[in-house]
Design a protein around this ligand. Structure first.
Ligand SMILES: [Zn+2]
Length: 165
């Protein structure tokens, strides 16, 4: 009996906002080969994916998730029945990217899609989260975008000291 790994996620909650997606995915239980399970990635958090699928998969199983242009390796954290199938939470362990793109700064278009919270693919969201985690410049740009989109709402101000209220 292993204890649930909830504590880790609690600590990291600030960065655990979920990004909604509708990406089709093909899931293979490892070690393969196994018949692929077809599902949809519903959302992406910094460390995980939530996937809708027709079949139950077991907690602790290792899976390979094939997306449009990327492959994610992960571990099943839970799988629960829902009205039309199952929903599984996967912990992301590795993302295999197509070759060619290095760690560039995030372009304006994808950055605004990120700020809006829709329109990006699962792999793009994961890439951006990784980049944002270590790039102050892009985090600041994102905060500005979010402020522009939600003028009434308070996000962490990029310039401390200018807060009024
Ligand atoms: Zn950057």
């Amino acid at each position: 009996m292993t204890p649930p790994e909830v504590a880790v996620e609690e600590v990291d909650r600030r960065s655990e906002t979920r990004y909604q997606t509708q990406d089709p995915a093909e899931i293979e239980i490892l070690p393969g080969p196994s018949a692929p399970l077809f599902g949809t990635v519903l959302d992406v958090s910094r460390s995980g994916l939530r996937v809708a699928l027709q079949n139950r998969i077991s907690r602790g199983e290792h899976v390979k998730v094939k997306l449009h242009r990327n492959v994610i390796f992960g571990e099943v954290r839970y799988c629960r029945p829902v009205p039309n199938g199952f929903q599984a939470g996967l912990k992301i362990q590795d993302l295999v990217r197509p070759p060619g793109r290095q760690d560039e700064h995030i372009a304006d278009d994808p950055l605004s899609l990120y700020a809006v919270g829709k329109g990006l693919s699962v792999a793009e969201v994961i890439d951006m989260r990784e980049h944002l985690a270590h790039c102050e410049a892009c985090r600041t740009r994102l905060a500005r975008q979010q402020e522009a989109l939600n003028p009434g709402r308070k996000h962490r101000p990029p310039l401390p000291g200018r807060a009024n209220g």
